[in-house]
Design a protein around this ligand. Structure first.
Ligand code: GSH
Length: 276
């Protein structure tokens, strides 16, 4: 059986400036943005969680492919830039502990960092009230499970290319817009009950960390947030007024998701599909 100490649950065991965590992320990744928003809003010192950007390339269909950073000790260790060798899911974000353990999935990464922080002094990013905590988690789950996977450009391109789905420009593909609108509609109704200045109440919570990247993606798909989802839009404006959030968005390339795929490569691929 693994001891508690070995799994790094003991506070201070793997989480110090001497032995910081490393977060492999990319600014084009909405799941990475959730974790970075959490770190900054929660005030986790950068010396405790060091950010390492992966590299980015595109495949012949124009889909984004994240790769290990050239020259990084971890890249040298695995002997390839192929992210699959570092994380079998092939995705970012990835949290690397000083003892070599790796955690993936934005939600569990955030939970793990939170569990390792010293208790006490700082407020968490979950409300105290159990019902409101559940509201926060509900919005997080809607984003992570019911929106992000269905509007994911690689999914859309793959489905159009290999599985015969109706052809349309990826960013505004009807399947993508359907799921964004359907789930944003649900979030809008939920937020009519629980939003204050922010998604749940008047403090920034994890719900906001998950919602911000998703709204940013929706804006790239030209969803009219103010016209269709007024409560979400009001909260979004409030969030943009928070310096730490606007600062992170600037670092990540702006208020609208800057990059989702390589449109030129996709054009060539789509033309080939059409003539094939
Ligand atoms: N459920 C995962 C989603 C991670 C994810 O899909 N990451 C995307 C970028 S936002 C990725 O790495 N995609 C690469 C790929 O699908 O090959 C999480 O919450 O971390």
């Amino acid at each position: 059986m693994t001891s508690k100490k070995e799994v790094g649950q003991e506070k201070g065991f793997v989480f110090s400036s001497d032995r910081p965590f490393r977060l492999f992320y990319h600014p084009a990744s909405s799941a990475s943005l959730r974790v970075v928003l959490y770190l900054r809003c929660r005030g986790v010192p950068p010396s405790l969680v060091k950010l390492t950007s992966t590299e980015l390339t595109t495949d012949n269909r124009g889909m984004l492919v994240f790769t290990m950073p050239e020259g990084d000790p971890e890249t040298k260790k695995i002997g390839t830039k192929n992210l699959l060798a570092f994380n079998p899911e092939g995705r970012v974000p990835i949290l690397l502990l000083s003892n070599g353990r790796k955690m993936t999935q934005s939600g569990p990464i955030i939970d793990y960092i939170e569990d390792c922080l010293p208790t006490g002094a700082d407020k968490t990013m979950l409300p105290e009230d159990p019902w409101m905590r559940a509201e926060v988690r509900r919005i997080m789950w809607i984003v992570a499970a019911d929106i992000q996977p269905y509007q994911n450009i690689p999914f859309i391109i793959q489905a159009m290319g290999e599985w015969g789905m109706i052809k349309a420009p990826p960013l505004t593909h009807p399947l993508r817009l359907h799921f964004v609108r359907r789930e944003f509609g649900a979030v809008e109704k939920i937020m009519c009950q629980c939003a204050g200045k922010f998604s749940v109440g008047d403090e920034i919570t994890l719900a906001d960390c998950f919602l911000v990247p998703q709204i940013r993606n929706a804006l790239l798909a030209e969803i009219d947030l103010a016209g269709e989802f007024p409560t979400m839009s009001r909260v979004w404006e409030n969030l943009l007024g928070v310096e730490v959030i606007s600062g992170v968005l600037e670092e990540f390339g702006g208020i609208v998701q800057p990059l989702a795929f390589d449109a030129d490569k996709f054009e060539v691929y789509a033309r080939r599909l059409g003539s094939g």
